[in-house]
Design a protein around this ligand. Structure first.
Ligand code: 0RA
Length: 731
């Protein structure tokens, strides 16, 4: 075969490969929604992390650009740019257009970090509307461009770089393939922080240049996963220092490295996060079972030898993990991922390798720190006793037939349908709302459970006290899955459990207590997406006998401004009249400023003082500064708002919009009549509901500890910083 025809044959293969990815993107990156969209970033970043693991890269920059594209830049060796020995084109072109060629050609390190799917940067290229890559290598800056996986601008030298090296990849995902439209700061932050913890010493700098908010954050943790554990435990009270183990052993496919960091706290919950080759193994696997077995074995042995434990104490692994936060991170040359979501490590030999590293060194730690060992074992014993007490209580109620679903709680107004995929359970605060919900509901598919008493805060109570709480017992019985050791998701009596509370402080409190309970004690309900929040309207707006319901304050303001705006002429500072759309934007901005100022003043801050003080950077101050900087686009400043006519203009337009309308604010669900409650909040055809999702276990754990735990000061600070930002309270 001549060089030429060989080249053509290779080229056809390349095009076919890229086409295959574009035809079945989900096969390569999981899905084409929000997850897949962000997965593209992880694929690219993982290549830079690989360079760092190989010891050639210390800095990674990730930038969301103004146009919505994203850049990943590192100071590694740079993707090779010389001619590929067999393919007749530059190596960089091969790396970026041939599936699975992205890895190092020498196969030297753990090339899987490519996230869950390990598909490599060529897939990202195939799924990008365009991609531009710049490589600094051998003194020169090289540049190449692609579109949808094909070269659009061949490799060329565009400059000199001295002895600098590195790779910069910029890409814009193909919006004909993805349903997602933008990168999310929080989502990327969580993963980049995690990568920085898992790869100590690497600096990951993240910046958002898109939109109004210019976020920026740098992650670098020289303490690695020890610092990860400290970060997870920020708002918990520690009962032990952070204990660290690491080691390596020859496995079936090469050297296996294992690293474990753990710390006991006084919390009643457990947080175990495991990783293989930087991939979060959500379903656990052999590294987790190896750790658990070793922990149980070592506590039993140390406790028995030192007469802290007796045979009859009968501890379970769960008891020994109460209050524990642990990170297990392993590096395995050829990992096998199993399970429903392919996030369960299968390599058998890893169990023994992790187990032996933990057993040996934990025993030594206990022997050298007998006071810590004693504290841990005492906590374990308390957990075991509470578990026994809860079991005894459960036995006695079972004998009375309360927990087995045969006898449902008297307060439950059940539905007639028995297929759980068609049924919904509404948890309603208080009797009057419960009454309306009960009358208004669809009896076939909607069940109502009114909650009367206080739901216990499970963050602050051990299991025996949790199970003694009447509201919790009623909930467990109504839901039907049992609890603790008997938990069985397949017995769920409803696949939608809807929290329906008033839009006031008490309602928010009850909602948080219920969410804490579900997240801590029935996490599978949340994982499966069975938990929802109802969205009852805040206002009823009537005009000429026609009524409309409005969900939020912001929506009401928008409505009134739109109705009122027509009879006004709105000008910017230099007198130019604003077009209608622009005028609307301007008024909405004034309304935002108004609500920020009001919120700050309710909390005892003077908005004017905050604005003039450079040093003020809290959530409220920075939001207000941003809003006023948008206002300056119209030529106006703070003095025009506070002293001048802008505030009055807003009031006038709103008052005008209100003419001929009656606006009624609901004080609680109970005020709505049954038909109204059904039509606005419960009717599947018309309602809006929020599904509770769990996207980031680490963040969720920190959030629940912060909101519901013992430490008062960090909670106060959090609420103050985020009072304006409740939209980000996304569990
Ligand atoms: C193939 C071979 C080598 C490095 C890379 C790829 C590489 C890829 C990416 C992607 C983003 N950043 C990257 N940095 C490096 C080894 C090069 C050598 O041996 O000098």
């Amino acid at each position: 075969m001549s060089e030429q025809s060989n080249y053509n044959a290779e080229n056809i293969q390349v095009l076919e490969g890229m086409e295959a990815v574009r035809k079945r993107p989900a096969m390569y990156i999981g899905d084409t929604g929000e997850r897949g969209y962000h997965h593209l970033v992880y694929e690219v970043v993982d290549n830079s992390i690989d360079e760092a693991l190989a010891g050639h890269c210390s800095m990674i920059d990730v930038i969301i650009n103004k146009d919505g594209s994203l850049t990943v830049r590192d100071n590694g060796r740079g993707i090779p740019v010389d001619m590929h020995p067999t393919q007749g084109k530059p190596a960089i072109e091969v790396v970026l257009t041939v599936l699975h060629a992205g890895g190092k050609f020498d196969g030297s390190n753990y090339k899987v970090s490519g996230g869950l799917h390990g598909v490599g940067v060529s897939c990202v290229n195939a799924l990008s509307d365009w991609m531009k890559v710049e490589v600094k290598r051998a003194g020169k800056i090289h540049h190449i461009e692609f579109s949808r996986g094909g070269v659009t601008k061949p490799l060329e030298v565009v400059g000199e770089c001295g002895d600098e090296t590195g790779t910069s990849v910029t890409f814009f995902p193909d919006h004909t393939i993805f349903s997602c439209r933008a990168f999310k700061w929080e989502t990327l932050c969580a993963r980049l922080r995690e990568l920085a913890f898992l790869n100590k010493g690497v600096t990951i700098h993240f910046r958002d240049d898109e939109g109004e908010a210019h976020h920026e954050e740098t992650f670098r943790y020289d303490g690695g996963i020890d610092q990860f554990v400290e970060w997870l435990n920020t708002n918990k009270k520690a009962l032990s220092p952070v204990i660290h183990f690491e080691g390596e052993k020859e496995g079936l496919t090469g050297m296996v490295q294992a690293e474990v960091s753990m710390q006991y706290t006084d919390s009643y919950s457990t947080l175990e996060q495991t990783y293989c080759n930087n991939i979060h193994t959500i379903e656990g696997g052999t590294h987790l079972s190896g750790f658990r077995a070793a922990l149980t074995r070592t506590i039993n042995r140390y406790g028995t030898e030192n007469k802290l434990l007796k045979e009859k104490d009968n501890l379970t692994g769960d008891d020994m993990r109460e209050g524990l936060t642990v990170i297990v991170s392993v590096k395995v040359p050829q990992p096998q991922f199993e399970g429903q979501t392919k996030t369960k490590l299968g390599n058998g030999e890893v169990e023994g390798i992790v187990g032996s590293i933990v057993s040996d060194r934990l025993m030594t730690f206990f022997e050298e720190n007998p006071a810590v060992a004693k504290t841990v074992i005492e906590k374990t014993l308390l957990a075991a006793r509470a578990r026994e007490a809860a079991r005894a209580a459960r036995e006695s109620t079972r004998r009375k037939g309360v927990m087995d679903g045969l006898s449902l709680p008297g307060k439950l107004r059940d539905c007639s349908e028995r297929d759980p995929s068609k049924t919904e359970l509404f948890l309603v605060e208080g009797d009057s709302a419960g009454g309306s919900a009960q009358t208004g509901r669809d009896r076939a598919t909607q069940a109502i459970l009114p909650l009367r008493g206080k739901v216990i805060n499970v963050e602050k109570a051990r299991i025996d006290r949790v199970l003694a709480n009447n509201e919790i017992r009623t909930l467990i019985t109504a839901i039907g899955c049992g609890f603790g050791e008997e938990w069985d998701i397949s017995k769920a009596r409803y696949h939608k459990i809807v929290i329906m509370t008033d839009a006031d402080v008490d309602g928010a409190h009850i909602r948080t207590l219920l969410l804490t309970f579900f997240y801590r004690k029935m996490p599978e309900l949340v994982e499966k997406g069975y938990v929802y929040l109802a969205q009852p309207p805040l206002y009823k707006v009537e005009r000429k006998k026609k009524s409309e319901y409005v969900l939020t304050d912001a929506e009401l303001t928008e409505k009134l401004l739109v109705l009122g705006i027509d009879d006004f002429e709105i000008k910017n500072k230099d007198g130019a009249v604003l077009e209608k759309d622009d005028a609307k934007k301007f008024l909405l901005l004034l309304a935002e400023i108004e609500s920020t100022v009001k919120m700050l003043e309710e909390r005892g801050f003077s908005a004017k003082d905050l604005l003039s003080d450079e040093a003020q950077q809290g959530g409220g101050a920075s939001m207000l500064k941003k809003q006023f900087s948008s206002l300056s686009g119209y030529g106006y400043g703070a003095e025009d708002y506070f002293g001048g006519g802008l505030k009055k203009l807003l009031d006038d337009v709103r008052a005008h919009g209100k003419q001929g309308l009656s606006v009624y604010r609901f004080k609680g669900l109970g005020e709505m009549d049954p038909e109204e409650l059904y039509n606005t909040t419960m009717n599947p055809e018309k309602r809006r509901m929020l599904r509770v999702k769990l996207s980031d276990t680490a963040a969720a754990d920190r959030m629940f500890t912060l909101l519901m735990g013992d430490e008062v000061e960090p909670r106060r600070k959090f609420i103050e910083d985020n009072a304006l930002n409740v939209r980000n309270l996304d569990f």
